[in-house]
Design a protein around this ligand. Structure first.
Ligand code: NAD
Ligand code: UPG
Length: 479
C-alpha cells in the first residue's frame, strides 16, 4: 500500500446510508483497511438494528462473514449520525436517489432530496473541514449543488471538498465486485485542494485496489460515466431481447445468435443473456435520469435514443406475459400458475423493479391464481409488491418449490436462481395438472429434457416443437 501523500490524514470514515451500497461497500472497506474506523449511519432504525444482528437486512453472498469479522472492531452501524459525522475525515453519501414521483421532472428526473438533506446536516453539525464523497448515483453536475449547499451553510473556518466516486457493484456479486473492481473512478476539482482530496480517497482504495485501476478525472465526467455505464449495460440486454422477438417470429434461436455475436472480440459475450426483461433499482432510474438530462439540454434525439432502451424492456416483459396466456389456449382465468423466482436476479433478495412483479400482475389481471416461491425474498415483500394486503386473494407464497408447483397448470421461471436448474422436474411434472406448461423466462433449463418428460415448453427467443417447415418463413419474405 502506498503512503498517504495527500497531507489529509484519514483515520475515520462515516457513510450515510446503510443500504445495498453503503452496507457492503463499508464492510469491504473495513475489511481491507484495518487502520481506518468505518461507521455506517442511517436514520432507519430497523435497518441499523438488522445490521447489528445475526440476520443482515440484505442478502449478499460472502457479506455475512465480512460483517462478522469486522463489526465491533473497525466497523460500526449506528443511528447516531451527529458524532459519527463530526469525527469523520471522509464522509460517504450513499443514500437513495429515486426517480421523482411528483413535481418538475416527475417520473424521470432523479430526486436529490435525500442527498441535499445530508449536505444540510453535514454543514450544520461539522466543526472541522471534510471531504464529501458522492457515492450515490446522481445527475451530472450534482456535486455543484452539493458544494453550494455546504458552502452556504458551513460553520466559520470549515471548508469542504466534494468528490464523485460512483459505485459499480452489481447485487448478488457485490463482495467480489468491491474486492476486485474493474475500476474505481474519482472525480474532483482541478484546484490544489481538490487534488489533495482525490489523493486522500485514492489512498484509501490503494489499500487493496491496484493504482492503475484508480482513475482520476473531472467531476462531471465521473458523474456522467456512471449513468452512461448503466445505460450501455441495459442497452445490450434490450438489444438481445429485441433480437429474441425476431427469433420467436422466424425460428432462429437467440442463444445461438448471442453466442455468434459474443464471439466477436469487439463485442464480447457478457450481458447478452436474453430474458423476461431487466430489472433492479438502477437501470430504469438511471436511464430515465439520462433521458431527462438530455431533454433538459434540448438534446431530444439523444433522449429518444435512450428512452427506447426502456421501451424495449417494457415490451419484453409484456410480451412474455401475453405469450403465457396465448399458449394456455388464450385464457388463464381460474388456472393455477406457479412462479419460481421473484427477485430481480439471482443471489439477491431484492425485488426492486423485478420483472417478476410485472409478469405476476399480468397473470393476476387475467384471473389466474398464483403460487410463488423464491429462495430469498420474504413473503411480506412479495405481497407488498403485488399490492396484496394478505395471502389468499389469488396469491399464495410457498416455502418449497415442489409445494408451489403441485396441482398447477403452469410453471413460470422469472429469476435465474442456480438451484432451479437442479430440481427434479419429473417429480414436478407428475404433481401438475395436464397439459403441464413450463415458461422459462431466463433460459436456464434443459428444454429438450423437459419436452421428453412431457412438458409444453415455451421460452424466450426460441420456438419449440415445430418442424423446419413451420419455422421456414420463406412464404412471408418472398424468397
Ligand atoms: N443497489 C445497487 O446495486 C447500487 C449500485 C450502485 C449504485 N447505487 C446507487 O447508490 C445509491 C444508494 O442505493 P441503495 O440501493 O444502497 O439504496 P437503499 O435504499 O438500499 O439505501 C439507502 C439508505 O439511505 C438511507 N437514507 C436516506 N436518506 C437519509 C438521510 N438523510 N439520513 C440518513 N439515512 C438516509 C435510507 O434510510 C436507506 O437505508 C443510489 O443512488 C443508487 O442509485 C446502487
Ligand atoms: O445478460 C443479462 C444480464 C443481466 N440481465 C438482467 O439485468 C438486470 C440487472 O442485472 P445486473 O446489472 O447484473 O445487476 P444490478 O445489481 O442491477 O447492477 C447494475 O446496476 C448497478 C447499480 O447502478 C451497477 O452498479 C452495476 O454495475 C450494474 O450492473 C437483472 O434483472 C438481470 O437479470 C439480463 O436479463 N441479461
Amino acid at each position: 500500500m502506498a503512503a498517504n501523500t495527500s497531507e489529509i490524514p484519514v483515520h475515520k470514515i462515516c457513510c450515510i446510508g446503510a443500504g445495498y451500497v453503503g452496507g457492503p461497500t463499508c464492510s469491504v472497506l473495513a475489511l481491507k483497511c484495518p487502520d481506518i474506523q468505518v461507521t455506517v449511519v442511517d436514520r432507519n432504525e430497523l435497518r441499523i438494528k438488522q445490521w447489528n444482528s445475526e440476520k443482515l437486512p440484505i442478502y449478499e453472498p460472502g457479506l455475512e462473514e465480512i460483517v462478522q469479522q469486522c463489526r465491533g472492531k473497525n466497523l460500526f452501524f449506528s443511528t447516531d449520525m451527529v458524532p459519527a459525522l463530526k469525527e469523520a475525515d471522509l464522509i460517504f453519501v450513499s443514500v437513495n436517489t429515486p426517480t421523482k414521483t411528483f413535481g418538475l421532472g416527475k417520473g424521470r428526473a432523479a430526486d436529490l432530496k435525500f442527498v441535499e438533506s445530508c449536505a444540510r446536516l453535514i454543514a450544520e453539525v461539522c466543526d472541522t473541514s471534510k471531504i464529501i464523497v458522492e457515492k450515490s448515483t446522481v445527475p451530472v453536475r450534482s456535486a455543484a449543488s452539493i458544494i453550494n449547499v455546504l458552502k452556504a451553510n458551513a460553520k466559520g473556518g470549515v471548508s469542504y471538498q466534494v468528490l464523485s466516486n460512483p459505485e459499480f457493484l452489481a447485487e448478488g456479486t457485490a463482495v467480489n465486485d468491491l474486492t476486485n473492481p474493474d475500476r474505481v473512478l474519482i472525480g474532483g476539482e482541478p484546484s490544489e485542494e481538490g487534488q489533495k482530496a482525490i489523493s486522500a480517497l485514492s489512498w484509501v482504495y490503494q489499500h487493496w485496489v491496484p493504482s492503475e485501476k484508480i482513475i482520476k478525472m473531472n467531476t462531471w465526467s465521473s458523474e456522467l460515466s456512471k449513468l452512461a455505464a448503466n445505460a450501455f449495460l441495459a442497452q445490450r440486454i434490450s438489444s438481445i431481447n429485441a433480437i429474441s422477438a425476431v427469433c420467436e417470429a422466424t425460428g432462429a434461436d437467440v442463444s445461438e445468435v448471442a453466442k455468434a455475436i459474443g464471439l466477436d472480440s469487439r463485442l464480447g459475450p457478457k450481458f447478452l443473456q436474453a430474458s423476461v426483461g431487466w430489472g433492479g433499482s438502477c437501470f430504469q432510474k438511471d436511464i430515465l435520469n439520462l433521458v431527462y438530462i438530455s431533454e433538459s439540454l434540448n438534446l431530444t434525439a439523444v433522449a429518444a435514443y435512450w428512452q427506447q432502451v426502456i421501451d424495449m424492456n417494457e415490451y419484453q416483459k409484456s410480451r412474455f406475459g401475453e405469450r403465457i396466456v396465448q399458449a394456455m389456449f388464450n385464457t388463464i382465468t381460474d388456472k393455477h400458475i406457479a412462479i419460481l423466482g421473484f427477485a430481480f436476479k439471482k443471489n439477491t433478495g431484492d425485488t426492486r423493479e423485478s420483472p417478476a412483479i410485472h409478469v405476476a400482475k399480468h397473470l393476476l389481471d387475467e384471473g389466474a391464481y398464483l403460487h410463488i416461491f423464491d429462495p430469498k425474498v420474504e413473503k411480506a415483500q412479495i405481497l407488498l409488491d403485488l399490492d396484496h394486503s394478505d395471502e389468499g386473494k389469488g396469491v399464495i407464497i410457498h416455502g418449497d418449490p415442489y409445494e408451489a408447483a403441485k396441482d398447477t397448470h403452469a410453471l413460470v421461471i422469472c429469476t435465474e436462481w442456480d438451484q432451479f436448474i437442479t430440481y427434479d422436474y419429473q417429480r414436478i411434472y407428475n404433481s401438475m395438472l395436464k397439459p403441464a406448461f413450463l415458461f422459462d423466462g431466463r433460459k436456464i433449463l434443459d428444454h429438450s429434457a423437459l419436452v421428453k418428460i412431457g412438458f409444453h415448453v415455451d421460452t424466450i427467443g426460441k420456438r419449440h416443437g415445430q418442424s423446419f417447415q413451420e419455422n421456414n418463413w420463406a412464404g412471408t419474405n418472398g424468397i
